[in-house]
Ligand binder design. Sequence first.
Ligand SMILES: *[C@@H]1O[C@H](CO)[C@@H](O)[C@H](O)[C@H]1NC(C)=O
Ligand SMILES: *[C@@H]1O[C@H](CO)[C@@H](O)[C@H](O)[C@H]1NC(C)=O
Ligand SMILES: *[C@@H]1O[C@H](CO)[C@@H](O)[C@H](O)[C@H]1NC(C)=O
Length: 509
Amino acid sequence: MVMTFSFKFIIIAFMLLTILASQATCLNSSEASMTVKHEQWTAKYRRVYKDATEKAYRYKIFKKNVEFIESFNKVGTWPYKLGINVFADLTNEEFQKAYNRYKPREGGKSTPFKYGNITSIPSSMDWRHKGAVTKVKDQNIEKCGSCWAFSAVAAVEGIHQIKTGELIPLAEQELVDCDRRNIGCDGGRMDYAFEFIGKNKGLATESNYPYKAITGTCNKSVTHDAKISGYEVVPANTESALLKAVAHQPISVAIDGSSLGFQFYKSGVFTGHCNTFLDHGVAVVGYGTSKDGIKYWLVKNSYGIKWGENGYIRMQRNIKAKKGLCGIAMDASYPTYLEDDSNLRTRRRELLESIVSLFPSEKSAFPVNFLSCLLRAAIFLGASSSCKNELEKRISAILEHVTVDDLLVLSFTYDGERLFDLESVRKIISGFVDKEKSVAVFNAGDFREVSSTAMLRVAKNVDVYLGEIASFPELGISKINGIAVLVPKEARKIDDDLYRAVDIYLKVQ
Ligand SMILES: *[C@@H]1O[C@H](CO)[C@@H](O)[C@H](O)[C@H]1NC(C)=O
Ligand SMILES: *[C@@H]1O[C@H](CO)[C@@H](O)[C@H](O)[C@H]1NC(C)=O
Ligand SMILES: *[C@@H]1O[C@H](CO)[C@@H](O)[C@H](O)[C@H]1NC(C)=O
């Protein structure tokens, strides 16, 4: 606090001195107020000049820019205003050269466009209101031309929130450091970034891999979030295709951000002028129509919140030129979400577990083949053991109605290429045998009763089943044996099927 106070005091003192000095040397009042403006501006943006020569040079540029901005705003016929911002002491040439580092593609590229057939599109969209947009970030453009990373990350943060409900700020710095097809602070492309994130199995969170505004060494020991499968491009040079895409998720676009109007944009709907030499990456996070009836794209930039409308720019939409304003429709792309193991699978597993937990207590409520299918899905999805136990118990209870095919369904992967889990089959059979034994003991105290008709039927099926799986290479004789011995010997009037199974096994191995 003390520091801040004395800092402010020095500035005020300096401003007074400047005014007094200008009166003393008879500068006219507009010149004097410009000097004050420059002092205020350098304090606000903490700009430090290395010597008086540089200061005088920057002052001249500042003055020219401020005069341009003020005269532009005075005209009053434009739907947007300019403002004196962080770029006020740079010439437009410097701004272009130093900051915007998007690398345009040589030649077009086409991919599937999954939103191509969409017909119903809302009249406006603002992904910020749907919680899919993180706060505006600052790439620190004086140090790092990483606009491409900020554009790509905004689109990935968006699709991740849309698919999972979680808005997690992700790490631009990981892209800057690790994505070798792009060139860190010297520039890059969003589609390369999406490809990298796809192969990388996601991106670190911003808090685990904070932004440093330099090209650093890749830290490979971070965990990754927000998996995407890759990307698609929006068909070029049609704003209506871009609209379909933005209606579904935030989209990365390249624009020509080199104009003076863009450099000093403050508020309203930006209508140009600008060229279409794509040099800047940003993200379209919505669209709408202004109070004066001008259609616009809502664009998230990465120049911090002091630029534009709290870091955003509204850019005119549906213009005559096919490329869109500043080329916004020329090179748009978006990440596609990975519906796999970690996401879809988790949701399916949770659904299955909750269904099984809601089963009525009556054991024979469901047919065997239905239970077999659920158990197979439970094994495949890695469901909890309580979920699997419940299904195994229910199948055990009615095992005499189970066919060889039902047992086979439980034993193979979905493509039938591989054996996957004999443990459930083992538990089902032993559950059944235990039940039969306890019934027999209860009835007569005689184990011979174990060879009931149901038991005989099960014994036969188990042996045929073992014959069917015996030829699989990953099966060990101990596993065949482990299942075979579950069935009481007395239940096998003849051992033909079991011998045949063992025979097959020995021949194949
Ligand atoms: C003040 O000085 C500037 C040049 O330093 C000049 O262009 C401007 O016309 C002057 N304004 C008045 C009101 O004399
Ligand atoms: C769009 O519609 C066409 C024609 O009906 C069809 O061939 C195409 O597969 C559809 N594309 C998508 C992404 O659904
Ligand atoms: C890499 O990231 C991990 C996790 O955030 C961190 O603990 C570690 O210090 C980082 N390593 C380097 C070299 O920055």
